[in-house]
Design a protein around this ligand. Sequence first.
Ligand code: SF4
Length: 274
Amino acid sequence: MSAQSLPNRPMNANSSQPDPPLQVFSIDSGEPRGALAADPPLHPTDEFLAELARDSLSLESATPQEILKWSVERFAPKFTMATAFGPEGMTILYMLSEIAPDTPVFNLDTGYQFKETLELRETVKKRYGIEVEYKLPDTTVAEYEAMHGGPLYATNPNQCCFDRKLRPLHGAAKGQHAWASAIRRDQSPDRAKAPIVGWDKKFQLVKVSPLANWSKKDVWDLILKNDIPYNPLHDQGFPSVGCQPCTRATQQGEDERAGRWSGFQKTECGLHSS
Ligand code: SF4
């Protein structure tokens, strides 16, 4: 079944009563993850964490391009990025195409993405020559829904995100030293605490957020000025686009991520929360 043909979540989305907090899932394999599994490994020693904190502070007034250049010089070829082709991700891809087009970039293809999102991957390839690699879960949508007696996004989106996004991302992060994230501090209270450079405890590697100090306007100014391709759904009331069943258009005055997992006590897929 394609994401486009999936029904919207049948329950909760329009309920005035939010569901109780969702179960939290985490990788607990006991095996080294992320940069700890790299060759050579990076370990979050006190000295290294202090060095990252100093670097982060010194990059506070740097431009996103300067932060990306610093990241590539410091961590390539073990520097990577995951993108869902949002406006911020498209902005970073544009910058990377000028700074380091060989940077490996991944998309977590849950099987539930909008066709408009998948088409952007092709546009990026044509426009920038950057081939964004799909990282897939270990089951197809049909297999996964058969295993669970239906779509889990309707009842347990945390497990669905864990199985279809976080597990593949843990696989992609394994052996890398650092990854770029497209988060902005003004997107949510969770994201407001993000350093420019810090240790990502969940994935066990360095996380660089070149757009942390940018506003939505900064991102869109760059997109429009440079004709950077973007998801057409943004022009149809979807400021933030995730998987089709878990994304709705937002109303005027709503938070830009209000359309994600609407009706659940969930605001993040887990990539950017600690
Ligand atoms: S966003 Fe929704 S469909 Fe996508 S992985 Fe998470 S719960 Fe599943």
